[in-house]
Design a binder for this molecule. Structure first.
Ligand SMILES: NC(=O)c1ccc[n+]([C@@H]2O[C@H](COP(=O)([O-])OP(=O)(O)OC[C@H]3O[C@@H](n4cnc5c(N)ncnc54)[C@H](OP(=O)(O)O)[C@@H]3O)[C@@H](O)[C@H]2O)c1
Length: 337
């Protein structure tokens, strides 16, 4: 049976890996001691917003901390955070067979290119995970939102589609994958707003002052994308072009018109907030930083995202505390930054 390896099996990787295992796939999840311990004690338990539930006992999960288990994989799913991609690429180069299909299921721009640069003899495809997964006690992984996995179109994907579909994580192939990635990135611009708010996502998005910050960041990114000739794909129910206007609505209108955007677990937070709490490097360079880089490549500036990168970096170093919406808006627009 073809074998799948998930490299960096944390929230997303362990969720997809467990779903594929449950559907009968031969899967090895490769990750760190903390997750290995969780799996050994509790197994893995997937729940979702529709009440779906899948349980795997510890002995049903193949979780390894040894990258040598990549050796006989036919498909490698890379699910490390962006800052760890270069190291993951070296691990694949060292242990995987030549020609293994590699898929980056990561947020941000540039991860697939980082993998390609180190893995010239592998087919590397970009992928996009539209849904959110949070780790909870007892080996539980909760999927809080919906959507299908999207992959850069390739004939190499065809054979894998039945397994992913029967696992409840169907693969959608898209020719316009760059547009898909940027469409997702626009939504991920809220990660830094949420991280600096210090609030649960639902509380933060319910406050117009924070939504204005996000609207300004999205609008700036849309202008940069337009200048670069990139039309971002519609990932959520609301298309990218309408997003800033909608976000700026007063609270009483936003909560009615954009009720779907607020259908979030009350305690859910962005992973960037979690990264700050646990002292890990965030993905801000691959999100807001990607907007700044694209603008820079055209001799332009993206001052709001540039300022956001600075503030999140300061927060990573413990020099920036949480801000309310008005203070964050003022800081983003501060003159001379
Ligand atoms: N979580 C979500 O809801 C979500 C949704 C859509 C997209 N994404 C994207 O998916 C990617 C993964 O996010 P995530 O939330 O699943 O991250 P995560 O929970 O931190 O999982 C990644 C795991 O990989 C481990 N790791 C790092 N380098 C490794 C290596 N070389 N070998 C083995 N394990 C390694 C990390 O361990 P250490 O941290 O201990 O090094 C961590 O446990 C990110 O790009 C994220 O933006 C996430």
């Amino acid at each position: 049976m073809p074998k799948i390896a998930v490299l960096g099996a944390g929230s997303i990787g362990a969720y997809i890996g467990a779903a594929l295992t449950h559907a009968g796939g031969e899967v090895v999840m490769i990750g760190r001691a903390r997750m290995a311990q969780q799996v050994a004690e509790h197994g893995l338990h997937l729940t979702d917003l529709h009440g779906g539930a899948v349980s795997l006992a510890p002995q049903q999960v193949h979780y390894s901390q040894d990258p040598a288990t990549l050796a006989d994989a036919d498909l490698i799913l890379v699910t490390v955070k962006s800052a760890d991609t270069a190291q993951a690429a070296n691990t694949i180069a060292e242990h995987a067979g030549a020609g293994t299909l590699v898929v980056s299921f990561q947020n941000g721009i540039g991860n697939a290119d980082t993998l390609r640069a180190v893995l010239p003899h592998h087919l590397v495809l970009g992928g996009m995970v539209p849904f959110n997964v949070v780790q909870m006690p007892g080996g539980r992984l909760h999927r809080g939102t919906e959507g299908e996995l999207v992959l850069q179109a390739s004939p190499a994907v065809e054979g894998w589609q039945p397994l992913f579909a029967s696992a409840g994580v169907p693969l959608q192939q898209r020719d316009d994958f760059t547009a898909v990635q940027w469409g997702k990135l626009l939504l991920n611009l809220n990660n830094s707003v949420n991280a600096l708010s210090g609030l649960p996502l639902k509380t933060q998005l319910s406050q117009r002052a924070f939504r204005r910050c996000l609207a300004d960041l999205v609008e700036e990114a849309l202008a940069v994308l337009a200048a670069a000739g990139i039309t971002p794909a519609k990932i959520a129910r609301i298309g990218p072009q309408r997003l800033p206007m909608l976000l700026r609505l007063p609270d009483f209108l936003f909560t009615r018109i954009a009720a779907a955007m607020l259908r979030i677990d009350p305690e859910a937070r962005s992973s960037m907030w979690e990264d700050l709490q646990t002292g890990r490097r965030t993905e801000v360079d691959y999100l807001n930083g990607a907007v700044v880089a694209l603008a820079g490549a055209m001799g332009r500036d993206a001052p709001l995202s540039r300022r956001m990168v600075q503030m999140v970096r300061a927060a990573e170093e413990g020099r920036q505390s949480a801000l309310d919406g008005a203070a964050l808006h003022a800081a983003l627009h501060a003159a001379g930054r």
